[in-house]
Design a protein around this ligand. Sequence first.
Ligand code: GAR
Length: 212
Amino acid sequence: MLKVGVLVSGGGTNLQAILDAIDNGKITNAQVSLVVSNNPGAYALERAKKHEIEAVCISPKQFENREEFHKALLAKLQESGVELVVLAGFLVAIPPMIVEAFPNRIINIHPSLIPSFCGVGYYGLHVHEKALARGVRVTGATVHFDTGTDTGPIILQKAVKIRQDDTPEVLQRRVMEKAEWKILPKAIDLIANGKVKVVDGRVEIEEYDVEE
Ligand code: GAR
């Protein structure tokens, strides 16, 4: 059983999608053993507690500097025996110290088709504002191994069409429903069942099924 630690900052709808997928058998061989938020008010922490999952806040404000914060976060993940770290709306850049401790064991969900609309400053609603401002007709979501800010090998992507009257909020919701809440649980299931390999910086998935 793969022990998954989920890092969150806000509402936690992606966390909920993971918990639901475990409950209904869409994710097998994995359990969420820890949820950490940098934000004490994150509703995601409540979602974890309702599932009787250890939920803790580790905020940069509790520490003298960024390095101490990073050390505390890493220590918590290691103490809990987490084997896969899932960034599910975690709006903190993962430092090299943590990336190196979990090689190809950190995945992130990003609300665009990487390499579009990603990197520093592209998070949450801003991603959708920028996609609408650029006038793209298609956006989507990406799950990738995380080696910094929206870098690292891509595991799954799903496209979502943009309508002319979309607002950032409406588009955000559609990308979540049609893409994020599907591909994040799917990626965890593939990893938990040993079907994901990184070869020469790219992901190979056993029995990869291209959905039309
Ligand atoms: C999601 O849309 C996620 O893709 C995005 O934050 C939202 C969190 O929602 N993440 C990023 O922008 C990371 N760069 P949630 O808390 O309801 O899952």
